[in-house]
Every structure is written in C-alpha cells, then in structure tokens.
Design a protein around this ligand. Sequence first.
Ligand code: CA
Length: 222
Amino acid sequence: MKLLIVEDEHLIATSLKKGLEQERYTVDIAFDGLEGYDLAASGEYDIILLDLMLPGLDGVSICQKLRSENIHTPILMLTAKSQLDDKVKGFDVGADDYLTKPFAFEELLARIRALSRRPQQTTNKVLSLADLTIDTTNYQVKRGTKDIRLSSKEYSLLECLVRHAGQILNKDQLIQYVWSYESDILPNTVEVYIRNLRQKIDQPFKKKLIQTIRGFGYKISE
Ligand code: CA
C-alpha cells in the first residue's frame, strides 16, 4: 500500500510518515499543495492524506481538481475542526473521509484500513437527472429522446452541475471546474454560459432543471 501525505507542517508530516512506515506502508510526502497535486495526479497512490490549509494549492482545490480529472484515489482530509465547519462541511468536495486534528494515530490507522477496504469508486459513465441524460463516453446529451448539441464549455458546465446535482455551486467553483487553467474568466462569463445552457437544456422543455440561487450560485435538480 502506497500512501501520499500532503501536509506543510514538517513535524506532523514526518512523524506520520515514520509511524505509517512502521505499519509497513510505503509513504511519500509533499510539503506544498502544488507538489501534492502533481504527485496525487500521478495516480500511483492507494490513499491520499490531505491537509486542508496548504501553500500553493489548498486541500479542497486539490480534491476538486483530482475528482474533475476522474482520479478517484481515496482521500482522507486532515483538518482543524474550525476549518471543517467553515470550508468543508455540507459541501461535497470529493473527499472520502475526514479526520480533525489533533487525532490519535490509532484512529488514523483505522480510517486508512477502512478506506483501503472500500472498493474504488468508479465514475458513472452515464449521468442522469429527470429525463436528462449525459453519456460521458461520447459527450452525448439528451432530454428524453431529443439530442441536445452543446459546445465543449457548455457540456463541462452541465456535467459539473449534474455531478453535484442538488448542491449549490458558486461561480468560482464552476469557473474552477470548467475553465481551470485558463485565465481572464470573469464571473459574468458563467452567467452567459448558464443562459446559453438554459436555452438548450430547459427552454424547449416543460420541466426546468437549472436554478439560480440568488446571491449564492446555481444548482441543478428535479
Ligand atoms: Ca497546513
């Protein structure tokens, strides 16, 4: 079993590594978010222990980026309790489990064992919501039997909403998912794309799926 620890506090990271190696795990450490993301994205690890507050790229962003790139390595998020409440709770960022600091090493081992028993999550190839279906293997979108043609960005936006169906996503989250590395994306770009998407996905149909939650963002639900 190969573990990756992404943790900027050297003392914590190195003592975790030492303890885990005594339990016969193979352990690598990344001390900042960017290196952590690069290593995690290699897909070489069985479990990732991910700190929340990190220089470079924070734990939530790393998690979201990995999941949006279909990397489903189990992630155990390590976080201070206050951070858990503020940043993580109630929003599914794709982590599999959380452990609040400080924690007992035995507790960590138990969580790692539980995660390693869990079958690797496989991504659904066809996503659906009401009569909307998205075949992610060929990017085909339908409502009922009617084919809907979307641009690649519209498609990504829709896929992001449907993967998080029922959850409110703010513009920053949508920008990060759909445009990730491209710069110069203004928040009203999202509005424009949502409007286009609505014209194709919702307007011709009786049941509207995309909702604007004023002041917060957007969600898709039945
Ligand atoms: Ca930290």
